[in-house]
Design a protein around this ligand. Sequence first.
Ligand code: UD1
Ligand code: CA
Length: 484
Amino acid sequence: MTEVRAAGVAAVIVLAAGASTRMKSGTSKLLHPVGGRSMLSWALDAAVSLQPDRLVVVVGQMRDQVEAHLDDIAPSAVRAFQASPLGTGHAVQCGLEALGEVSGEIVVTYGDVPLLSSRALGDLLASHRDEGNAVTVLTAVVEDPTGYGRVIRQGDQVQAIVEHRDASDEQLGLREINGGIYVFEAEILRAGLAQLRTDNDQGQLYLTDLVAYARGLGRRVGAFIEADVWQTQGVNDRVQLAAVNRELNRRIVREWMVRGVTVIDPATTWIERDVALAADVELWPGTILRGATTVGEGAVIGPDSRLTDVEVGPRAQVVRSEAVLALIGPGAQVGPFSYLRPGTELGQAGKIGAFVETKQARIGAGSKVPHLTYCGDAVIGESSNIGAGVIFANYDGASKSLSTVGSHSFVGSDTVLVAPVSVGDDAFVAAGSVITDDVPSGALAVARGRQAEIPGWVAQRRRRQAGASGPDRDGAAPSTGSNL
Ligand code: UD1
Ligand code: CA
């Protein structure tokens, strides 16, 4: 992306007060994610790239949610409040009031146009400056202009913007639409907003009427046509939300391929914005990489795996698994069907295998937990082997405790380690043990009922059964029970 070419603007006003009725959601539209980030955070990132002296966000509907989110992502942004959505012109008025005295360039953007880039905003601003405009509108030429305001041109200038519902049949045929993003000279904006009227089909104060206002004063109004129409795509409902997400993902996946990542099936591979991948990573179909996930060189992920905030080391392999806030070491193997919960750290060349669940578990280099295990609140040293079906029983019904297994140790299949308990280095736990006491280094622990054999028992039983006279009187089958 090209950088903004000149010094910053006086202010950016981000409109985020409208009612998001068509989303039919208990969550503000602006908080719905696109590529793993809220729509509002995309809008603010683009706004900030213009280096505004001040950034104002106009909030209104679902204000509490939006402001709480702003506390997280943009605590220094000025908030303006629009009590009821009386139109885009009114919203900008509210934003201007919050700014107080201001002169220079004011950029207006929307909170619900997530693909708008800093590149497009920079280009808009550059053309505003180059042409010496009082107002410059970001426009796009689209296949289907339904619902958008139409750009009425006069030569290279914009004469007016007419809303779809207010447009004549002839105007409806125009395919250049108003993207809703503008640069204004502060004085024109202030004066123009003051004289807005509600004589339109919606009875609202339209920001778009400022175009005709500026022209009436003999000032220049230009348009910057953005060729990438996705950048002006607003999100009003969940169909558009999905479309924008799909398009963003297509772009992100493509970018990673260009940078040397193999993606077997781009259509079923989802990579969020903040993910980082090294060269020669291989992603199989159905892979979803979320949050701050990073994947090292030559690692292979998928098919059908979802990693959220996971660090995967070089050459590691993850097959059909779910992992959250976990660390997978270089050359380690995970899956198929593993569930790595927060606090899992798998060392170099370690293994977490099929039907294994881990949580707060540090598994050292070369150690293996290959089959059917629950491993919670555990520290395992290096090159140890945890047998099939071992359970780290970390919860006594009230609190959780830690268990440790040293290095080069072997925990036999179907063992229960009842936390807190520790198994030393070079130790051995016999299969089927229930370990409640610490096992010293180098020891063998056996904690189960001893096996007994009764020679000839089966034949004795058969003789007993044959001696009984057929079925019991009540018709039940002969008892096979024994008193063992
Ligand atoms: C607006 C433009 C239209 C343009 C389109 C581009 C006007 C009159 N029309 O129409 O020309 O083609 O955007 O997407 O400006 N908002 C507020 N307070 C309000 C009203 C809206 O904050 O009182 C915010 C909304 O949250 C939204 C943005 O302004 O982020 C646009 O509002 P919306 O109602 O979607 O405008 P459109 O009818 O789409
Ligand atoms: Ca809209």
